[in-house]
Design a protein around this ligand. Structure first.
Ligand SMILES: NC(=O)c1ccc[n+]([C@@H]2O[C@H](COP(=O)([O-])OP(=O)(O)OC[C@H]3O[C@@H](n4cnc5c(N)ncnc54)[C@H](O)[C@@H]3O)[C@@H](O)[C@H]2O)c1
Length: 431
């Protein structure tokens, strides 16, 4: 088959690489710099396995600056463009509409359009109405939410734990199976478009609510002198609860949870539903980072001017270069407001963070983790990157002026932190 992919980010490029194993794939991105980078084989995604796969199937994968030509021959168009937060928390559908308009204009007769972007219920009907108005009722449309997790994008696309198809036209399940060639063990759920859209939002909101729930428990654990890590262990053995997404920390970030929660919240409000769970999930998440920074500031009696502070971890999680909604922004801004001297470190994400935050007089970017820690008064840990996880208590003792560590990800065992003043989330402080 011939497939055109709109949007070559985490979702689009990983899907394109996967599909190029079986089909001829044309990738289009509005960002021409990305097209150039792909032509020059630059790995801007940093997702394990994706670029090796792209290289392996380069004879099946092409990049275009204008999709009109390829759409004329394509059997399938896959849309993986952003759906960011728009006015009032609603999603901004402009990139989807732009891609869809291209397809309506030049797409082959009967082309199948697969929406992999996260979209609210109602989007299918809205797009189909646009197709009708352009006399393109020949178009076939599926909402197929993507559930990948950054850092594991390719594995999640190759072996998804489920595939959800939202459609109204008959016979399309078989076509999807012919396109993606999933193993027979992959559960394939066919439903109406609104249910498919809501499945994605409900999944993300549920995971985010697990994070906020355990973070609230961590606040209680701190107050009563309990150890949240033992609580998590005791909870996680219960299969009804499960071990995942109950790790306490400074809260979630990234490009999906925050905007998806807001979109769902606005959908609830629009339908006169209170959305209490969603509100609480968002509120606890904001509170968690504020509380964490208050603890840092209190430790120094709110006097951190000219203190050297190592901030380790700039992306929202360790396995990605993505800094969208990373807690590092709030942490660094708070410290900078107090005129601390900040040495920020992230092996993978420094470039992306710098691109967004730029230069600040009190902010330096360390190339090596040791440079960030050297002579620091305090270290603040914000993600679980391998290089940070691998630090030993003696590294803090040896390198820092005073080995005071505030760990927002509970990376180390409290009882192993001899010689370090160790503050973490929901666990006793080691002084
Ligand atoms: N990143 C994730 O973990 C993840 C997981 C599941 C679902 N999603 C959803 O998938 C969608 C894409 O997310 P992403 O993380 O891949 O985004 P991304 O920002 O990494 O990539 C999107 C790409 O689309 C391009 N683009 C924007 N407008 C375009 C247009 N009109 N035509 C062609 N290209 C265009 C951008 O330049 C960018 O390269 C979003 O709706 C997101 O919520 C993301």
């Amino acid at each position: 088959m011939n497939i055109t992919v709109f949007g070559l980010g985490y979702v689009g490029l990983t899907n394109a690489a996967y599909l190029a194993q079986f089909h001829l794939v044309w990738g289009f991105d509005k960002d021409i710099a990305k097209i150039q980078e792909l032509k020059n084989q630059v790995d801007y995604l940093n997702e394990p396995g994706v670029f090796p796969l792209i290289k392996k199937h380069r004879k099946n994968l092409f990049y275009v600056e204008d999709p009109s030509q390829t759409l004329r021959q394509s059997d399938v168009a896959l849309i993986a463009v952003p759906t960011p937060e728009g006015a009032g928390g609603q999603i901004d559908l402009s990139a989807i509409k732009e891609a869809f308009a291209h397809i309506l204009e030049t797409g082959k007769k009967g082309i199948l359009v697969i929406i992999r972007s996260t979209v609210l219920p109602g989007t299918y009907e809205l797009l189909f109405e646009e197709a009708k108005q352009k006399n393109r009722e020949d178009i076939q449309l599926i909402i197929m939410p993507e559930f990948l997790s950054q850092g594991e994008a390719l594995t999640n696309i190759t072996s998804p734990n489920r595939v959800v198809l939202g459609l109204k036209q008959v016979g399309l399940e078989k076509t999807v199976q012919n396109i993606f060639k999933y193993s027979s063990t992959v559960p394939l759920l066919t439903t109406d478009p609104s249910s498919a859209c809501l499945t994605k939002y409900a999944s993300n909101s549920f995971l985010a609510s697990k994070v906020s729930f355990i973070n609230e428990m961590s606040q209680i654990a701190e107050a009563v002198g309990a150890n949240i890590q033992d609580v998590v262990k005791g909870m996680g053995y219960d299969p009804r609860i499960g071990k995942q997404f109950i790790q306490p920390g400074i809260g979630f970030g990234g490009s999906c949870f925050p905007k998806d929660l807001k979109a769902l919240q606005s959908l609830a409000v629009k339908n006169q539903i209170k959305g209490n769970m969603i509100d609480a999930t968002i509120a606890i998440n904001q509170e968690q980072i504020t509380r964490f920074m208050n603890r840092v500031m209190s430790r120094f009696n709110h006097q951190i001017k000219q203190k050297k502070i190592a901030v380790l971890g700039l992306s929202y999680k360790g396995s990605t270069t993505d800094v969208r909604n990373s807690p590092a922004f709030k942490v660094i801004d708070t410290l900078a407001d107090q005129q601390a001297i900040i040495f920020a470190y992230d092996k993978k994400a420094t470039f992306e963070f710098f691109n967004q935050r730029g230069e600040k007089p009190c902010l330096a970017y360390a190339i090596e983790i040791e440079d960030a820690l050297k002579d620091a008064d305090v270290a603040i840990i914000l993600n679980d990157a391998k290089e940070i996880k691998n630090l030993k208590p003696n590294d803090f003792v040896r390198l820092m002026k005073t080995p005071i560590v505030f760990d927002g990800r509970n990376l180390y065992d409290v009882k192993n932190m001899n010689g370090v003043e160790y503050h973490s989330i929901g666990r006793p402080t080691l002084k």
